[in-house]
Design a protein around this ligand. Structure first.
Ligand code: FES
Ligand SMILES: [Fe+2]
Length: 391
C-alpha cells in the first residue's frame, strides 16, 4: 500500500528553492515557454497603441497594427539590442528605436535604417522584430515567448464560462498595477497560493470573511479553480463587516449562483486570477532570481461602477492588502526555513493536493528537480539532460 503522502504527492526537496542553476532551467521552462499575462485588450483600442511587460529579463510588447490586428514582439531592437518601447502609449505610424533610429512598421517589419549606405548588404526582410505568440482570452492578453502547446482557452477548458459570465471582455484597468519584490523563490510564493490550509491561522481576517466552498476543480492542464462564499455572520472587524454589508451592490453583475462569492483560479504556474462580483485581479509571479520574485497585480473591472461598488472595491483592496502582507511574511519564513541544516519536507495534507500536482509537473518537465539533493555545482543542466534521455 502506498503511504498517504504518495497519494497527495511528494514535495520538492529544499535545494530546489535555493539553486541558481535550476532557477535558469525553470525560467525557460515555466515562464518563457508558458503563457504570460500582459494586459487587457481595452488598453489597445487604437492603431499604434501598445503595452509593454517583462517576463523576467525578457521584455515584450503588444501593438495594434494599421490592419487593426494585435501582434506581440520581443522588446529588443534587431540592431544593437536596445529596448525599444517603455510603459504604454501610442506609436505614431511606426516603431522607432531610440538608439540609432531603426524604424519598424506596426506589423514588425523593418522599414528604414538611418544612413543605410553604411549597411551595404543589409537585407531588411531579415531584420524585422521578433514576433511571439499572442492570445486574447476573453479580453485578457497572454503571450508566449517560445515553444508551442495548448492555447489559453484549451488550458481553461470549460471554466472559460466563468470569464464569459463576468463579462471580463469589457473590463478596463481600474488602477495602477501593483508591483512588489519578495525575497523568495517563485515556487515558495506559488506553493502558498495553491493551498488554503494556511488560511485559518495565516489569514484570520479572510477566514472571518469567507467560507471555502466544495466547488473546486483541478483540470488536466493543471489549471485549478475554487470558490469561496461570504459568511453571513457579521465579522467583528469593521472593514470586513462593511464589505459583507455592501456586497449585494454588485449582485446584478453576475448570475445568481455567483453572488456573494469569490472565485479563485490558478493558471500557469505563476498566475492567480481572482474574480469578485465587483472587480477582478490577476496576480502574477515574475521570477527575478532564485530568491527574488516580483509579484505584479493588475486590477480590472467594469467602467461604470456605482459609488457603492467603488466603495466595495476599496474595502476589497484593504482586505487583500492585509492578506498579501501576511503572505509575504509567511513565504519569507519558509524561504529562510528551507536553508536549515538537514531539513527535509514534511507530508502534504489533503488540502495541499494542488502543491503535490504542481511539484509533479516540475519533476516531469525538469527531472533533475526530483533529486533529493543538489547535483554538484555546474552540473544541474547536464544532469537534467541525462535524466531526460530515455534509458
Ligand atoms: S540599437 Fe536600435 S537602432 Fe541601434
Ligand atoms: Fe495566503
Amino acid at each position: 500500500m502506498q503511504p498517504q503522502k504518495h497519494e497527495v504527492g511528494i514535495p520538492l526537496a529544499p535545494w530546489t528553492y535555493l539553486n541558481a542553476e535550476l532557477f535558469e532551467l525553470e525560467y525557460e521552462s515555466f515562464f518563457l515557454s508558458r503563457w504570460q499575462f500582459v494586459g487587457h485588450i481595452n488598453e489597445l483600442a487604437d492603431e499604434g497603441s501598445f503595452i509593454t511587460a517583462n517576463v523576467g529579463r525578457t521584455g515584450v510588447f503588444v501593438l495594434r497594427g494599421k490592419d487593426k490586428k494585435l501582434r506581440a514582439f520581443l522588446n529588443v531592437c534587431r540592431h544593437r539590442a536596445s529596448r525599444i518601447l517603455q510603459g504604454s502609449g501610442e506609436c505614431r505610424g511606426v516603431v522607432r528605436c531610440p538608439y540609432h533610429g531603426w524604424t519598424y512598421r506596426l506589423d514588425g517589419t523593418l522599414m528604414a535604417v538611418p544612413q543605410d549606405e553604411n549597411f551595404p548588404n543589409l537585407d531588411r526582410d531579415e531584420f524585422g522584430l521578433f514576433e511571439i505568440t499572442l492570445e486574447n482570452f476573453h479580453g485578457l492578453l497572454f503571450v508566449r515567448v517560445k515553444g508551442d502547446g495548448p492555447s489559453v482557452a484549451e488550458d481553461f477548458a470549460h471554466t472559460g464560462s466563468f470569464f464569459e459570465a463576468y463579462g471580463i471582455h469589457d473590463y478596463v484597468q481600474i488602477m495602477e498595477q501593483s508591483e512588489q519584490v519578495w525575497d523568495v523563490n517563485w515556487k515558495v510564493a506559488w506553493d502558498n497560493y495553491l493551498e488554503n490550509y494556511h488560511i485559518p491561522i495565516g489569514h484570520p481576517g479572510l477566514h472571518r470573511l469567507l467560507r471555502e466552498n466544495d466547488e473546486w476543480e483541478e483540470l488536466p492542464s493543471g489549471t485549478t479553480y475554487g470558490t469561496f462564499e461570504l459568511r453571513e455572520k457579521p465579522s467583528n472587524n469593521e472593514v470586513e463587516r462593511q464589505y459583507q454589508e455592501c456586497a449585494h451592490h454588485s449582485n446584478h453583475r453576475v448570475p445568481e449562483n455567483l453572488r456573494g462569492k469569490w472565485v479563485q483560479f490558478s493558471f500557469g504556474p505563476g498566475h492567480g486570477i481572482d474574480l469578485y462580483p465587483e472587480m477582478m485581479d490577476v496576480f502574477q509571479l515574475v521570477p527575478l532570481a532564485q530568491e527574488k520574485t516580483l509579484l505584479r497585480t493588475t486590477f480590472l473591472g467594469h467602467r461604470d461602477a456605482s459609488p457603492e461598488e467603488l466603495e466595495l472595491r476599496r474595502l476589497n483592496l484593504a482586505i487583500n492588502d492585509s492578506v498579501n502582507a501576511e503572505d509575504e511574511l509567511l513565504c519569507a519564513r519558509v524561504q529562510q526555513g528551507l536553508k536549515t541544516y538537514a531539513y527535509q519536507p514534511g507530508p502534504l495534507s489533503n488540502q495541499e493536493t494542488f502543491i503535490g500536482s504542481f511539484h509533479e509537473i516540475v519533476r516531469n518537465r525538469l527531472p533533475v528537480a526530483g533529486l533529493a539533493s543538489a547535483p554538484t555545482l555546474g552540473s544541474v543542466a547536464s544532469e537534467n539532460n541525462r535524466l531526460t534521455q530515455p534509458s
